[in-house]
Design a protein around this ligand. Structure first.
Ligand code: SF4
Length: 403
């Protein structure tokens, strides 16, 4: 890796890439706090005077600011957040549930989103103009969402047009994408999907066109296509935005049903089939439950696959005495283990891994955001421009209308 003050250039291999992975791209990154890239989630600045993490009054300060704000503020907490933050959430959930919860509370002038940047964007798109969405730390991005930039996706689409296949392609983007990518999808008649409704989204798209461009998580796209729609792995190709022509020849693109974007989640992409083998050896009779963002070899080795909400429901409904190894973000697994002590709930990997960007929202940032709002200063507001919001909203509305 070479480093200058303003930018980093990363040349290390991309982890968790599965099929299509290889030597890593030259990916420019901004050093946190030095510059901002308005067209992606990379390198956003992190302004402000934060309380010290060792301030013993942090909890009291958060409670006091929360009380002062009353119904004017609504705090959303994603399932992968730290305990110290989730304790202040008015509601917890996955990204789409949280955005809808915010929209359902128009009296809340401030929506404090304890999640990552694309989630706050979605909340801004779905809430009224009178509501302001605040992300307590602007550096809380999502590495997966960053793997599909607007320019890269436009280049891909132009290549499909040059090949004469774009009219057959329906774009489907995972909720975990920037507002720009959701807008691209809406503009081209596609839909957003979540990990809960990806199968319905793909079925709908393939009733409309003969191919899907699936953004940005190749694993959710592949796992859904193969395990839920019965496609072959050969029906899927991976578009690498860092190679000319996506690294694919015309014949491969013409033949493919699923054109998967070469993106992945840095948390779920870490789990391996060896983790599954090892945990079965260590805990005989264990049920392996993983998120569909895991690589194909992991989900095929697991006993059950489920979205974050489904993972929570599965553990809640499991009989006392049962044992579960869960392949998803560690904060959630730890909370599930603590809440269900009549069951064995363990993390699938021996090496612990939090979502590092999600974890940037900590108690000092929450206190800083709440105290600022209570004093009348709106900080770290996330806004999506009206045209992008309208086009992204079209793709979100299409998801809500999925049969
Ligand atoms: S867990 Fe993965 S997909 Fe979710 S915010 Fe973190 S990097 Fe992004």
């Amino acid at each position: 890796m070479s480093r200058s003050l303003g930018q980093l250039t990363v040349t290390s291999p991309a982890p968790g890439g599965g099929p299509g992975a290889g030597p890593g791209p030259h990916l420019p990154l901004f050093v946190l706090g030095t510059e901002a890239d308005e067209h992606s989630e990379r390198g956003v600045s992190c302004p402000g005077e934060l309380p010290s993490p060792s301030d013993p009054a942090l909890v009291r300060r958060a409670e006091q600011a929360r009380d002062e704000l009353g119904d004017r503020a609504f705090i959303l907490g994603h399932h992968y957040q730290r305990d110290e933050v989730i304790g202040f959430a008015d509601v917890t959930g996955d990204s789409f549930k949280l955005a809808r919860e915010a929209a359902a509370r128009p009296a809340a002038e401030y929506v404090v989103f304890c999640g990552v940047h694309f989630m706050a964007e979605s909340a801004d798109i779905l809430t009224s103009d009178a509501q302001q969405v605040v992300l307590p730390d602007l550096a809380a991005g999502c590495s997966m969402a960053d793997m599909a930039t607007y320019t890269q996706v436009e280049e891909c689409w132009e290549a499909l047009e040059d090949l004469g296949v774009a009219d057959d392609v329906v774009p489907v983007t995972y909720m975990n994408s920037s507002a720009d990518i959701k807008a691209f999808t809406g503009r081209h008649g596609g839909t957003v999907c979540t990990s809960s409704n990806a199968q319905r989204a793909l079925s709908w798209a393939l009733g409309k066109g003969s191919k899907v461009l699936f953004l940005p998580d190749q694993h959710l796209g592949r796992n859904t296509a193969v395990l839920e729609l019965g496609m072959d792995l050969d029906d899927c190709v991976v578009w690498n935005p860092h190679r000319p022509g996506g690294g694919l020849d015309a014949e491969a693109l013409r033949k493919a049903t699923m054109i998967l974007w070469r993106g992945h989640c840095s948390v779920h992409g870490r789990f391996t089939a060896d983790n599954v083998t090892e945990i079965r050896r260590r805990i005989p009779g264990v049920n392996v439950l993983v998120h569909p963002e895991c690589v194909h070899e992991v989900v095929t080795a697991a006993d059950q696959i489920g979205s974050t909400e489904k993972i929570i429901a599965t553990i809640e409904q499991a009989p006392a005495g049962s044992a579960w190894a869960v392949g998803t973000e560690l904060n959630l697994v730890q909370r599930l283990a603590a809440a269900h002590q009549d069951k064995t709930v363990v993390y699938l990997d021996k090496t612990v891994c939090y979502c590092s960007t999600m974890n940037r929202i900590d108690l000092p940032h929450l206190v800083w955001a709440l105290e600022s709002l209570a004093s009348g200063q709106v900080v770290n507001r996330i806004t999506v421009d009206p045209l992008t919001a309208t086009q992204a909203r079209a793709a979100l509305d299409q998801m809500l209308a999925l049969p």
